[in-house]
Design a protein around this ligand. Structure first.
Ligand SMILES: NC(=O)c1ccc[n+]([C@@H]2O[C@H](COP(=O)([O-])OP(=O)(O)OC[C@H]3O[C@@H](n4cnc5c(N)ncnc54)[C@H](O)[C@@H]3O)[C@@H](O)[C@H]2O)c1
Length: 339
């Protein structure tokens, strides 16, 4: 770890992963400047001890002023609208929040002489290729969210080559755990299923439930993101981070029945447009860089998550008033507000 890094900035710090990254950086004794527009995150998530500012990354002047004031050595960019499945129905806001907002953060960082950018990308950049995904596969996103992440990665490589910025880009996947937003009907399958089950209501499964994912517990993701900004070995690297074992959605529900100790009624609804059936990653690079610790088993992580949800209580779902494209292909769970 670099002893020279003392000041860092984190966007999306009121969010699920961002707040855990801030925790880790504070524990390392760093001065942390945190921002978020609180659109998808919560002020309660922001750890004590950091300097927090409410800031929308689409506010170009605001971002420029914040970075100039803070003068961080490392910027961690996590701010995003992470509703991947919805992005086909909200392509403008998904692009403005995820690509344009990042361009403001990246450009201001270059102007302010930031030493290193840590960009939190996503497995969505792999699209529908054959898993396990390895970092040397081409970017081939099949949805608007993945397109914004892939373009952000590519832009980072180009601008870093031209302007001499160090960077690391991480690709987490299907992360769950305490502080995850429990009120978003458009994303966070584990949170939605737990909420429905605790309400005694059936869960809705898109398609046949045989989509396979590696559900990754937060403690197997946030420390790696935080550490990558302080390590020279991660410079110029793209790194998959998260759990190694893949499960189907049906298997996830089985595991949740055990964690909750109750049966869960299942209803099947049509597939979501552009949803990739099989998506999980290889982690050889992460193991080499961060160590070969085993990741949290699904049953253990789910028990932790369930205990946290029981502690904080379930929350009402928060639907958007309107999608940008009012389409008959929008999932019935959203249009009929079933979740
Ligand atoms: N959770 C996952 O499984 C997962 C998987 C892959 C990648 N990611 C990426 O990790 C990052 C964090 O995701 P998360 O799961 O913690 O989601 P999250 O919604 O909890 O965190 C994202 C934060 O960004 C903030 N934000 C959104 N738009 C903003 C804007 N215009 N200006 C400022 N802040 C804004 C939200 O308020 C929220 O607090 C995102 O970049 C996401 O794309 C998450």
């Amino acid at each position: 770890m670099s002893e020279d890094i003392k000041r860092v900035a984190v966007t999306g710090a009121a969010g699920f992963i961002g707040s855990h990254v801030v925790d880790w950086l504070l524990a390392e004794g760093l001065e942390v400047f945190a921002s978020d527009d609180l659109s998808g995150g919560f002020i309660e998530n922001v750890p004590d001890g950091c300097h927090f500012e409410e800031l929308d990354v689409r506010d170009r002047d605001g971002v420029e002023r914040w970075i100039q004031d803070v003068r961080p050595q490392v910027v961690y960019h996590l701010a995003a609208d992470a509703t991947e499945g919805r992005s086909q129905f909200t392509p403008i806001s998904a692009t403005e929040r995820n690509l344009v907002g990042y361009m403001y953060v990246l450009t201001s960082s270059l102007r302010a002489g930031v030493e290193k950018m840590v960009f939190v990308s996503s497995l969505s950049v792999y699209g529908a290729q054959t898993p396990p995904f390895t970092e040397d596969m081409p970017r081939a996103p099949v949805d608007i969210y993945g397109l914004a992440k892939a373009s952000s990665e590519h832009a980072t490589e180009i601008l870093a080559a031209v302007h001499g910025l160090r960077y690391t880009m991480l690709r987490p996947h299907n992360v769950y755990g305490p502080r995850q937003c429990l009120s978003d009907p458009y994303r966070n399958v584990v949170a939605i299923f737990i909420t429905r089950a605790l309400k005694g209501e059936p869960i809705y499964i898109y398609g046949d439930g045989e989509q396979r994912r590696s559900f990754s517990y937060i403690s197997d993701v946030a420390p790696q993101i935080a550490r990558s900004g302080l390590m020279a070995e991660t410079d110029g690297q793209i790194i998959n981070v998260g759990a190694t074992e893949d499960y189907s959605i049906n298997e996830l529900v089985d595991a949740l029945e055990d964690a909750l100790d109750m049966p869960i009624a299942r209803e099947f609804v049509p597939d979501r447009p552009q949803e990739v059936k099989l998506a999980w990653c290889a982690h050889d690079r992460a193991r080499k860089l961060f160590g070969d610790e085993p990741t949290t088993p699904l049953d253990e992580g789910l028990r932790e998550m369930v205990a946290w949800v029981r502690e904080v209580g379930i929350r009402p779902m928060n639907y958007l008033q309107e999608l940008e494209i009012d389409s008959p292909d929008a999932p019935v769970t959203w249009t009929k507000r079933l979740i």
